[in-house]
Design a protein around this ligand. Structure first.
Ligand code: KG4
Ligand code: ZN
Length: 342
């Protein structure tokens, strides 16, 4: 079974071909990060224009690299939500065109399911039931899963996503966009205990996340200590900024860890899966592995190229949808606020 996946929900224009729900034959990603950097974040109108300019060649490259022809495909999977409406519509339109021309099924994919199901593309055995945490620029979502396609929502963020907090703190300190990779690198040289920051707890006992409090605490600290945004090369940032970054990063990760520990005990989870852009974070990977060793569950995380937005994850879900007979009509529309889990 050959599935073409197409992903354009945010600022990555991506296409991939996956064989039999396991083998990635091609995985082409054009990141618009450089384009959005000068605005300090993704500009939706610019994102959709660039998707439109690039999508044709990216899809062709995915097909050529995989060494297949459009007619060989068994279906086209496309992200239809959640995401930016103009961006989503570019991917949906090209997916529909291919399906119409070649008379093949259109497979409607939820972006968050893609982030999780990319883990089943790997060769690792994942013990079940599991917990899946998606941590990206747009989402912080925790669910219980008994396997691909079964997701019980346990918690989500009540305000900012974890990646959004990384991006906002980096912007505040003059370190550019996106914030995650630069904070990951600089925090290695800082003291994570230097600045006490709050670990949010919900008074109603829910496992929901909240990151706006940490972001505000960083802002207050910067104002109180009169720390100016750093100009020039981020690697020359002063020690006060490095310490603040290390403290911020470790607090965000602590926020994730306490909830995952609680949920894993409650759900008797045999595994924890973490995916999405923030799952690239080196401290996060270390701390989750430590937690897994202490608590006795296995920890699974995709390699960085499959943690960030990509289309192999979309094709992975598409293969399952096709097996389940879950196809869409050619009037499929984008659903920017598409929900997730039950
Ligand atoms: O999954 P993704 O590519 O896009 C969304 O679906 O949002 O995630 C992008 C997010 C950005 O907020 C970026 O700052 C964050 O992932 N990120 C990281 C790291 N690499 C990317 N956050 C922390 N540490 C990293 N190494
Ligand atoms: Zn994503």
């Amino acid at each position: 079974m050959l599935i073409l996946g197409i992903e354009t929900s945010c600022d990555e224009t991506a296409a991939a071909v996956v064989q039999d729900g396991k083998k990635i034959l091609s995985n082409v990603v054009f990141s618009q990060v450089e384009i959005h950097r000068k605005y300090g974040g993704v500009v939706p109108e610019i994102a959709s224009r660039h998707h439109l300019e690039r999508i044709g060649e990216i899809v062709q490259e995915a097909i050529d690299t995989a060494g297949v022809k459009f007619a060989d495909l068994d279906g086209v999977a496309v992200t239809y939500g959640p995401g930016l409406i103009g961006s989503l519509l570019v991917g949906i339109s090209i997916a529909k065109s291919i399906c119409f021309v070649h008379g093949m099924p259109l497979l409607p994919v939820n972006h968050l399911e893609g982030h999780i199901e990319v883990l089943w593309l790997g060769q690792e055995e994942i013990p079940l039931p599991g917990l899946a945490l998606v941590v990206s620029g747009g989402h912080t979502t925790l669910c219980a899963t008994s396997g691909p396609g079964d997701y019980k929502l346990l918690a989500k963020t009540r305000d900012d996503a974890a990646g959004e907090a990384f991006d906002k703190v980096a912007k505040l300190l003059g370190l550019g966009y996106p914030g995650g990779p630069v904070i990951d690198r600089l925090a290695k040289r800082g003291n994570p205990k230097a600045v006490p920051l709050p670990v949010a707890r919900m008074s109603d006992g829910s496992l929901d996340f909240s990151f706006s409090g940490i972001k505000t605490a960083v802002l207050r600290y910067v104002q109180a200590q009169e720390i100016s945004p750093h100009r020039g090369d981020p690697d020359t940032a002063p020690q006060a900024i490095l310490d603040l970054l290390a403290s911020f990063q470790s607090t965000v990760i602590e926020n994730l860890l306490v909830r995952v520990r609680k949920a894993a005990r409650r759900e008797r989870s045999a595994s924890v899966l973490v995916s999405g852009g923030v799952a690239c974070n080196s401290l996060l990977r270390e701390r989750f592995q430590d937690l897994a060793d202490q608590e006795g569950f296995s920890f699974h995380c995709p390699p960085p190229g499959l943690s960030l937005d990509n289309a192999a994850m979309v094709a992975a879900v598409g293969g399952r949808l096709l097996r389940e007979g879950h196809t869409a009509d050619l009037d499929l529309n984008a659903v920017p606020n598409l929900g997730f889990g039950i």
